[in-house]
Design a protein around this ligand. Structure first.
Ligand code: FE
Length: 244
């Protein structure tokens, strides 16, 4: 899928969602999405509207602290959600048969670990390799592989990232602190309503004897989007049992 290919939004329609995000349609117009699609990953679903209403009410009454909620959400963005993807990557690094399966049918391979569901129905794994780096974007909105990465970070949904990473991926990656050799080809993949991508970063050197749990600790969220690499082995405490 090239970045400039059309962004088809054609998921099943859930009529009960239609009214909930009606006021959010400005975005849809601006980007030429069809109205009647319910696959409003950047719009508010009925459930999201209810959550926001509930949060506003509880905050107004002084029962909850919005900052505490933000911290919880951030935890899901950076810790809880991406740990699933990290286990997928660690298994692929450790088990060639699983890596093969992941390359052939990522949806099934990932589902075998129990990670499946909305925004993960059609997964494609992109394997980084020497001289070739993959990075993922959704140029139109914020399509993201929820079952393996959790909630998308704010920058992933931002207009600057979505537009610049396609036109000038190297400078965007540099903004993330990732400077790749000129000889490395950078491939940008535009998510669609149908397909979600998971980048499989290269396995760090010096980890041959590490078990999968230890390997997973090296896999960052950004390394699975492509805006980062897996952590070098020396940056984490050497796991017990590993002879690195
Ligand atoms: Fe999208």
């Amino acid at each position: 899928m090239k970045p400039d290919e059309p962004h088809g939004h054609s998921h099943d329609h859930h009529p009960h969602h239609a009214h909930a995000h009606a006021h959010e349609h400005t975005h849809a117009h601006a980007h030429g999405h069809s109205h009647d699609h319910p696959h409003d990953h950047s719009h508010l679903s009925e459930q999201e509207v209810r959550v926001r209403a509930l949060q506003s009410l509880l905050t107004a009454k002084g029962y909850i602290d919005p900052e505490a909620i933000d911290r919880i959400v951030q935890t899901y963005e950076t810790d809880v959600g991406p740990r699933n993807g990290a286990r997928v990557v660690a298994k692929a690094w450790s088990e060639p048969a699983f890596a093969d399966w992941l390359a052939r049918d990522a949806t099934a391979a990932i589902a075998s670990l129990g990670y499946h569901g909305r925004q993960g129905e059609h997964m494609v794994a992109l394997f980084n390799q020497p001289g070739q780096h993959n990075v993922v974007v959704c140029t139109l909105c914020s399509c993201y592989p929820w079952p393996v990465l959790g909630l998308p970070p704010v920058w992933y949904k931002s207009a600057p990232y979505r537009s610049r990473v396609v036109m000038d991926p190297r400078s965007v990656l540099a903004d993330f602190g990732l400077v790749l050799p000129d000889t490395t080809e950078v491939r940008v993949w535009d998510s669609t309503a149908e397909v979600r991508y998971l980048v499989i970063p290269e396995r760090p050197a010096g980890t041959q004897a590490w078990d999968q749990a230890a390997l997973a600790s090296l896999v960052t969220r950004d390394s699975m989007i492509g805006t980062g690499l897996a952590r070098p082995a020396h940056t984490v405490a050497k796991p017990s049992g590993a002879r690195a």
